[in-house]
Write a protein that binds this ligand. Structure first.
Ligand code: AMP
Length: 451
């Protein structure tokens, strides 16, 4: 990593902890005090401050002391609540003694911290955040960010001298282990970011393989905004005497997201979307659809109508995926049409509007999708387009959210369609398996079969 001031000695006291002697006016608390009060060293607190974090968010205030104490955690905190720093800051601090040891004492840069994430975009985002933090407070740290869809060679090169911190998607991580580019037998801290996604069927096989490569004794940290009850047994088996940090609405500000539901006929959704963008003056809007094909079809129609729209999906090259997401973040594209690829973890600063053009399959995905707006204390708007066929499914989502969203009609777009009896009583119960999930399951069964 590039050079930066060396970190403060571990155990250094902060003046904020010391009472002023009688008769002496109390020194002004340094700006870093809220973070040092959680047990973070001044260098780490300063890094948070330089990142623009004046105060710890509620999840940071609760989790940081526990991570420093080495506890296993399951942290359920709302989208956009600052979970990345809640594990990144204390884990970097745990690494400081290793980083400060004389070089000769470290036979190689063993991987101590492994952060698993479900998507390439999230790997890049978490990697960038850690890189910036470490540059400020843990200079000699080597960090590797590993994800698929790009050439494996630069990642193998980056791992040559070892890396103390690895951020990875499971598939590429295993490819690199198979190629002997890294070993995981000295990992002391495992983070599952978007843990419920990593623990569900789609990743089960890969995750089990990764876990088998890790030492038994390690700290396990699970973070997500949703933990379906079906995962409880699996999680209990993974964690050792865990602390459950489920931030209740009183402990954390509920994301300030206004939810709206507009009823409309299926074939008129694109026109309605265009109408809303123009009449409501939406400057930046993230639109979720059900398929890769739909991302391109809807984007094309909006482009023809003169809107700067782009599509993001898993069949694009990784270079193109990064370019499109960056263009949207830079606001050079006004509308981004995407699949659930962008539903988890992606942080688009002050994104004002999210639209569910198609509803998500699982209620948990609804939480993650709308959580792309209303982040870090900002307010946001989430609009769902509800067709007659999807009405019963939306009711199911409302039930899981324990929130009723009034149905609206827009003049000129009043629906005429009526649900079939099956649609009216059906709804989609929980998560249906995606094509990718089914393929992974088939592959897992094939490898499990005795030869
Ligand atoms: P995360 O949940 O980690 O993706 O963070 C959501 C957003 O909150 C990101 O834009 C962070 O930069 C921001 N954030 C995280 N912690 C803080 C904090 N203590 N103060 C201000 N913003 C924060």
């Amino acid at each position: 990593m590039s050079s930066s001031p060396s970190p403060a000695a571990p155990g250094a006291q902060t003046p904020a902890h010391q009472a002023a002697p009688a008769g002496v006016s109390a020194p002004t608390a340094p700006a870093t005090a809220p973070f040092t009060a959680l047990g973070l060293l001044p260098a780490l607190a300063q890094a948070a401050l330089s990142h623009g974090y004046d105060q710890p968010s509620p999840v940071q205030a609760l989790a940081i002391p526990q991570v420093l104490a080495g506890r296993d955690l399951r942290v359920c905190a709302q989208t956009g609540s600052g979970k990345t720093a809640a594990y990144a800051l204390p884990l970097l601090q745990q690494l400081l003694p290793v980083l400060n040891a004389p070089r000769a004492a470290r036979e190689r840069r063993a991987t101590r911290v492994l952060i698993l994430v479900p998507t390439r975009e999230l790997a890049q985002q978490v990697g960038e955040f850690l890189y910036l933090l470490a540059r400020r407070c843990a200079d000699p740290l080597r960090l590797a960010v590993l994800y698929g869809g790009v050439s494996i060679n630069p990642q193998m090169l980056a791992l040559r001298g070892g890396a103390e911190v690895v951020v990875a998607t499971p598939g590429r991580l295993l490819d690199l282990v198979d190629q002997r580019a890294l070993q995981l037998d000295q990992v002391a801290h495992l983070v599952l970011d978007e843990a419920d996604r990593l623990l569900d069927l789609g990743f089960a096989d890969e995750l089990q393989r990764v876990l088998a490569l890790l030492p038994q004794r390690r700290q396990n940290l699970l973070f997500s905004a949703t933990f379906p009850a079906a995962l409880d047994a699996l999680i209990a088996g993974l964690l050792h005497e865990p602390i459950d940090l489920a931030l209740s609405p009183t402990e954390q500000a509920a994301p300030d997201i206004v939810q709206r539901a507009i009823v409309v006929d299926e074939a008129r959704r694109t026109q309605l979307l265009r109408h809303l963008i123009e009449t409501e003056g939406w400057t930046q809007v993230l639109v979720f659809v059900a398929t890769r094909y739909a991302t391109e079809a809807v984007a094309l129609k909006l482009q023809r109508a003169g809107l700067h729209a782009a599509s993001l999906h898993g069949e694009l090259s990784q270079g193109k995926r990064s370019e499109v997401l960056q263009a949207f973040k830079d606001r050079s594209a006004r509308v981004l049409i995407t699949t659930d690829l962008a539903a988890r973890g992606i942080d688009i600063v002050r994104l004002p509007v999210v639209v569910n053009y198609d509803l998500p399959r699982a209620a948990a995905d609804y939480t993650h999708r709308i959580g792309r707006t209303g982040r870090a204390g900002a307010s946001g708007l989430a609009v769902s387009l509800v067709t007659a066929a999807q009405e019963s499914h939306f009711r199911l989502i409302e039930k899981r959210q324990q929130q009723r969203v009034p149905r609206e009609q827009v003049d000129g777009f009043e629906p005429t369609e009526v649900a079939t009896p099956e649609q009216a009583t059906g709804g989609i119960k929980g998560a249906r398996k995606s094509k990718k999930d089914k393929l992974r399951e088939a592959a897992a069964q094939a490898t499990a079969r005795p030869r």
